[in-house]
Design a binder for this molecule. Sequence first.
Ligand code: ZN
Length: 318
Amino acid sequence: MMNDPRFLRAGSIHASLSQHGTRVAVITAKDKLRRLLGHGVHQGICFSAEKAHEAQQAEHGIDNVNMLVGWDTPEVYSSQLSEFVLEAGLRVFERYQPALMYLSLTDYIQHKHAPGTAESDRFHQCLDQYFGAFDARGAIVGITADHGMNDKNNALGQPQIIYLSQLLSNWCGADKVRVILPITDPYVVHHGALGSFATVYLDPAVDAQQVVTQLQMVAGIEYVGTRDAACRLFELPPDRIGDVVVIGDHGTALGKSPEEHDLSLLVGGLRSHGGIAEQDVLFTLNRPLKAAYRQEVAAGLRNFDIFDFALNGVEGGA
Ligand SMILES: [Zn+2]
């Protein structure tokens, strides 16, 4: 689980800018991300909505966050967690005028409520109002996501899951496989630790290529490859990936074994991410692009390009 700065292998743009004297503010929904995204930020403001009430001047560059925002610290499983980030962002923007702000939301609502449902619409109208509020205050706003989201249910509306530990144990032997589901963290109420990406460590006696060949015949699996092949294709770090990578299709999630997932949490079915079907995300800026950046769009963008575009690529920017 990526929950500690010691796992980081690169600095961040906002940390680097802060070290060169730029006034930076980072606000995250969950505190685990605050520790990663705030790592290396110098003399900036950095806190999470989840632990807003714990923010201290010395460590977070700000205190009395709840008073500034006018809200109590929200529940972790709520739409208010993301809304708190945006409300706090607006207040920090007005009060401290940081040159660069990084606001990170949570996908709780997107997991629980499909597009077009009342709660989804309400949440997105709320986001839209905040984006408009930043725009009205003169901010250059860049909006992107780290993944999309799909329904992962069968025709009966129940989660469509391939239990990989169970399957591979039958093929290779129970103590020969270890399935890692990277979506797993302490917060699993909204997805039951079920996403569409898994990596599998195999006993050295097991032939990885053989496992790949067998998994390729399983319905619902969109991609399966060896470590080398998958790391080349998806730009992954080989030392952090198992012997085999497995990816479920747009409607299929990957689990370990039935007893390791509490499906009773998933009232109304499963919506999740991690697959190729969730790779396309929005990429939105509130200003016209400079000509050179307009040309780059045709070549294809990645979500992390939003930094370059927001900082350098828009009319009236830096
Ligand atoms: Zn998620």
